[in-house]
Design a protein around this ligand. Structure first.
Ligand code: CP
Length: 346
C-alpha cells in the first residue's frame, strides 16, 4: 500500500476515536471515515435548518456568540476559507484569519508554537487547511482539550466539509441516496475531496458508485478499498448516471508524468454536452472547484442547465455552520458538566 494513497489504518482509527466524545457527539471534524449514518444525517438536517438564515433580514444566529474561531490556511483556498469565515460570522463567533504568509511561521516558528500562542488568546476552534495528510489530526491531538479542530483539507487525505456539502447538494436534488448511480470522474489519486465523498456515499447507502479515470490517476486496489466500480472509459462510466462529480486535476500534487497532455486528457475524460447525453436526462453535474475549464469540462457544461456547481458553494455555508455549531455545542456540554452547580454568574 502506498503511503501517498492511503492514510494508515491505525491513524484512521485514531481519527475516529478523537473526533467524538464519550456520548458520540462531534468534538472535531477530521474525516468522514468511521462516522455513522445517523451522525452524517444529523449534519445534513442541521444544515437544512440553516439555509433560511441567508434569507433573514439580519443573517445571524447566536449559537457561537462569545466564541473565537481561527482560520489557519497553510494552503490556498477561495471557497472553503471564505465560506468558513462567513459561516462563523453567521453563527455570531469572532473570527481570526491568520495570514500564514505574513505570520511568524515564515520566520521559522513551529506549528505547535503557533498553536500555543493562539491558545493563549483563548481560541475555541481551529479550522485548518494544510498540504500534509494528517495535519488536522496532529493539531487535534496537540491542541488543548477544550479546543475543536475542523479539517478544511489535508493533503490527499480528507476534505470532510466538502464531502458533506456535496452530499447535501445531492440530497437536495435527488431526495436520498438509495436509488442513485453516482459517477466520480478525474484525478482520484490525489483527491482528498473524492476520499471524503466516497466515505459519505458509502455510509449514506448509495446504490452504485463508479470511479472513472486514466489508470495512472486511480489509487491502488480502489475497487476493493472503496467498494466502487472502476471505469477507464468516460462514456461507459457515466451511462445512466444520476450524478456526475468532476474532479480537478491536482497538478500541484503530481510529482511525475501522470498524463500525456491536458489536451489529450480533455479529449478522453473531459465532460462535454455531447457526452452528457449518456447520463440520465435529469443528471446533475458537480465540481468542487476550482474548475479548469477546457480540461475537466467545457464551459457549456460548467455553466449549463445540469450544473449545480454554484449551489454547492451556497450549500457549503449551511453545512459549515452545521458542523461548527455541533462542535461548539459539544464544547458547551463539556463545560456545563465541568462547572459545579451554582458556579454561574451571581
Ligand atoms: N473546493 C475547495 O476546496 O475549493 P478551495 O480550494 O477554493 O477552498
Amino acid at each position: 500500500m502506498s503511503a501517498a494513497t492511503f492514510i494508515p489504518p491505525a491513524a484512521r482509527a485514531d481519527a475516529r476515536r478523537l473526533q467524538l466524545d464519550a456520548e458520540g457527539n462531534l468534538r472535531h471534524f477530521l474525516t468522514i471515515d468511521g462516522l455513522d449514518r445517523a451522525l452524517l444525517t444529523e449534519i445534513l438536517d442541521r444544515a437544512e435548518g440553516f439555509l433560511g438564515v441567508a434569507r433573514q433580514a439580519v443573517k445571524k444566529v447566536p449559537l457561537c456568540r462569545g466564541k473565537i474561531i481561527a482560520n489557519l490556511f497553510f494552503e490556498n483556498s477561495t471557497r472553503t476559507r471564505t465560506t468558513f469565515e462567513l459561516a462563523a460570522k453567521r453563527l455570531s463567533a469572532d473570527v481570526l484569519n491568520l495570514n500564514i504568509g505574513a505570520s511568524a511561521t515564515a520566520k521559522g516558528e513551529t506549528l505547535l508554537d503557533t498553536l500555543r500562542n493562539l491558545e493563549a488568546m483563548h481560541v475555541d476552534m481551529f479550522v485548518v487547511r494544510h498540504a500534509d495528510s494528517g495535519a488536522a489530526q496532529f493539531i487535534a491531538e496537540h491542541a488543548a482539550p477544550r479546543i475543536s479542530v475542523i479539517n478544511a483539507g489535508d493533503g490527499r487525505h480528507a476534505h470532510p466539509t466538502q464531502g458533506m456539502l456535496d452530499m447535501f447538494t445531492i440530497r437536495q436534488h435527488k431526495g436520498g441516496f438509495a436509488d442513485l448511480t453516482v459517477a466520480i470522474v478525474g484525478d482520484l489519486l490525489h483527491s482528498r475531496v473524492a476520499r471524503s465523498q466516497l466515505a459519505a456515499l458509502h455510509t449514506l447507502g448509495t446504490r452504485e458508485v463508479r470511479i472513472i479515470a486514466p489508470r495512472t490517476l486511480i489509487p491502488a486496489r480502489a475497487a476493493e478499498v472503496f467498494g466502487v466500480r472502476v471505469f477507464h472509459d468516460l462514456d461507459a462510466g457515466i451511462a445512466d448516471a444520476d450524478v456526475i462529480i468532476m474532479l480537478r486535476l491536482q497538478r500541484e500534487r503530481m510529482d511525475g508524468a501522470f498524463l500525456p497532455s491536458e489536451h489529450e486528457y480533455f479529449h478522453l475524460f473531459g465532460l462535454t454536452e455531447r457526452r452528457l447525453f449518456m447520463a440520465k436526462p435529469d443528471v446533475i453535474v458537480m465540481h468542487p472547484g476550482p474548475i479548469n475549464r477546457g480540461v475537466e469540462m467545457d464551459s457549456q457544461v460548467a455553466d449549463g442547465a445540469r450544473s449545480v456547481i454554484l449551489e454547492q458553494v451556497s450549500n457549503g455555508l449551511a453545512v459549515r455552520m452545521a458542523v461548527m455549531s455541533m462542535c461548539i455545542g459539544t464544547q458547551n456540554l463539556a463545560l456545563a458538566a465541568a462547572t459545579p452547580p451554582g458556579a454561574g454568574h451571581a
